[in-house]
Design a protein around this ligand. Structure first.
Ligand SMILES: *Cc1c(COP(=O)(O)O)cnc(C)c1O
Length: 360
């Protein structure tokens, strides 16, 4: 039997991995919602779907406090903003950064403004930003326009930018890699994740490398990042002016951490490829039906990429593969409803009617 006292209090990622947070001022008040310590869930049915022969674990970041991995970086950004005495935190966002920033700013007692591409934010994410009390500015423009403006606004005194161009965001997010290694007792052979602004692939690679440098792990994974085909600047080697994809979280044409992503791929002998929206939507359904994990469309990009690589024989037998599922499916209920045209059967309330309808 597992002793009950293993259910110990979790202090959040900054406190738990403090010795890897050299930027964190001693005595700083940490702004946390106890983010991190997310499940690493085996996915045998997805492996079977991909043809078998390897092990796959899904890092389910949907169960962070605001339901995406962004909370790992936001605890760092908001802790720093508070320590610096910032008056206003701002971010550009495709949705999840704004949800996370709004929550953590509220907790820190800081004013928060979020710049969003008008009409392109998934419903759940907008509901979050509104509920947490952010000041919402909808721009006639895309994420890249919003980020350009945020960079400019960030030069004003008292303003703290909490996008991943803020280096401490990456510091917080590297803890996802630490947790994977801590749970597995080793580094994976491959790590898969979606790529939008490319902060997370940069962060995971830093995390895997730091554990390796400290001798906690003895190997490094190949980093495999996936962009959406209509929004694949790194794959195409040029900024995309009007990026398009159903996966709104990765609808970004000019990633801020572009060089971080290419460095991760080169140093790890990994790759960045693109998958079509059709592949994304197919994988989106599979993750939910085969593994019981409801994620938002962006998470399906690396799953689609993994299926394709495995079927081509590019995942050697016996490999240990991990994949980050970055955000919760409930954030984007519209896409879920559009993809599942199964209407409920409306019946009279009788057992016989139910059994007949089920053919059981
Ligand atoms: C932010 C986000 C991404 C993209 O991460 P980057 O660090 O911008 O590459 C992917 N999926 C979800 C759910 C996100 O919120």
């Amino acid at each position: 039997m597992i002793p009950r006292n293993t259910l110990s209090a979790w202090p959040g990622v900054l406190e738990f991995y403090r010795e890897y947070m050299s930027w964190l001022p001693a005595g700083a008040q940490i702004v946390t919602l106890q983010e991190g310590k997310t499940p690493l869930i085996p996915a045998p049915r997805l492996v079977a779907e991909a043809g078998g022969g390897f092990e796959l674990y899904l890092k389910y970041e949907a169960v962070n406090p605001t339901a995406s991995f962004k909370d790992r970086g936001m605890t760092a950004a908001m802790t720093q903003a508070l320590a610096r005495g910032s008056k206003l935190v701002i971010c550009a966002s495709t949705g999840n950064t704004s949800a996370s920033a709004a929550a953590y700013a509220g907790r820190a007692g800081l004013r928060c403004a979020v710049l969003l591409p008008h009409g392109k934010i998934a419903l759940g994410k907008l509901a979050q930003a509104r509920m947490y009390g952010a000041e919402i500015i909808a721009l006639r423009g895309n994420f890249d326009d919003a980020l350009r403006l945020v960079r400019e606004l960030g030069t004003r005194p008292g303003v703290e930018v909490v996008n991943s161009i803020n280096p401490v965001r990456i510091e917080g997010q590297k803890t996802g890699a630490f947790e994977i290694c801590d749970v597995l007792g080793r580094a994976p052979d491959f790590h898969f994740l979606p790529v939008g602004n490319a902060g997370n692939i940069t962060a995971y690679w830093r995390g895997f490398r730091e554990y390796h440098q400290h001798g906690i792990t003895t190997s490094l994974p190949r980093m495999c990042g996936f962009q959406a085909a209509g929004s694949a600047p790194i794959v195409e080697g040029r900024p995309i002016l009007d990026p398009q994809t159903i996966a709104t979280a990765i609808r970004i044409g000019n990633p801020a951490s572009w060089s971080g992503a290419t460095t991760a791929v080169e140093e790890s002998q990994g790759l960045i490829e693109s998958v079509t929206d059709d592949e994304i939507l197919h994988a989106y359904g599979l993750i939910a039906r085969l593994e019981g994990l409801f994620v938002e469309p962006a998470c399906a990009a690396p799953v689609a990429g993994l299926l394709r690589m495995a079927r081509k024989g590019l995942i050697p037998k016996g490999s240990l593969v991990t994949l980050t599922l970055t955000g919760h499916g409930l954030k984007d209920p519209d896409t879920a409803m559009d993809q599942t045209k199964v209407d409920a059967k409306v019946l009279d309330p009788h057992v016989d009617a139910i059994l007949e309808s089920l053919g059981f």
